[in-house]
Design a protein around this ligand. Sequence first.
Ligand SMILES: C[S@@+](CC[C@H](N)C(=O)[O-])C[C@H]1O[C@@H](n2cnc3c(N)ncnc32)[C@H](O)[C@@H]1O
Length: 413
Amino acid sequence: MSSSVPLPPPYDRLKRHSLLPVPSHDDAARMNFLANMNVHVGAVLFPGVSASFEAKVKPAFEKEHGRAPESSVEVRDAMKPDPVFQAWSALRRHTQEARQQVGRAFVYRQIDGLVERSKAMNAGSNRLRLDSSVEVPRYVSAADNHVMPGSYYTEVVPDDISAPANYESGHFVTVAGGTGPKSDLVGRTMAAWLKETHPDFAPKRIVDFGAGGGFNTIPLAQAYPDAEVWAVDIAAPMLRYGHARAKEMGIENIIFQQADAESVEIEPGSADLVLSAMFFHETSTKAMNAILKQAHALLKPGGLMLHMEQPNFDPDTTPFEKFVRDWDCWYNAEPFWAKLHTMDVIEEMVSAGFDQADTFETSQPVDRHDPTYPEWCGSFSRHAHEAKMREGAEKPNPKKAGGMYMFGATKQA
Ligand SMILES: C[S@@+](CC[C@H](N)C(=O)[O-])C[C@H]1O[C@@H](n2cnc3c(N)ncnc32)[C@H](O)[C@@H]1O
């Protein structure tokens, strides 16, 4: 079967493990509906938003101002009254809210059993290191990122793991299964880049900042089984879940450490590799600088830093494309998202202590096809600009073309 519109894999392809709540038939049907709705909103409805901008909104703006809109904010303000944009944006927001509510409903129905199992699996381990004195930074507490009620850290019951159980249950829907049954595409892609570009690299200590439930830490731990991997996060629920999940998957070389990446107490100069996956966009300008400084301090001379993030804007990014890519900042509770798009990551790394000549931007092709998915499943982008970004079409900057964007640096030996 083939289709010009990508179809997401069925929800039952999400890899089962004993901390993942079991969806009822109706829960799974809702998740399937929402995953398909996401794809429909991105692939079928989005072209109407572009068309409305080109045919109506932009000409009206030009008539009024004598010029085209020049910034993301100007496009947004002009698009706000447009009914096509309103419908698309409301539907996109709705799929996100609904997936949170559906996930929470079946997580909370089973919370006692989930907590019991995680407690039993975590008991007595010296690889789960919680520290209740760690304060949640304001950039986390002030935003329920991607409309996730209570964020990553809220504890509704003692020893809570509801936030990560909901996160993993719903992430599959948000990305339409695009990160694979184990939600680990980013980690697998980072590991593949490391193996290809640094074949002799044999890190002994790896630190993953903002590791969450360790979904993307695990492929790195598997790629380097002799390394001691530190998964650092401020949120105890994520770490409890991550530790128990990794244990069930037979991963024994990750330490799940509750700490603030801005001031983590790991021996300075001891890490061969400091990395993060989808982390910086949930911090702030000040925190990003502090965290990059912390990475520099933690690395051994000659050590490597690697971060997967949203690519920043290029000089050729059009105001409309900026507006679309900034959508999450205004309508999906990602307050730092738009600012990050405008920042120069090379300058950020230099101001954190790295030598400019040792910094880099790069990208790595992602392996979207998972053999456990039916062959008719398609590759999903939330809108045309994300697809363009991923495919690298027409990008003058080859470092951002053709896959998953990353930036990093080596520390002077
Ligand atoms: C978008 S999630 C990414 C999780 C993980 N890297 C992944 O790929 O699944 C961001 C994570 O960063 C954590 N976080 C935010 N600020 C932090 C900080 N200053 N120090 C450590 N963790 C932080 C949050 O608790 C959350 O788990």
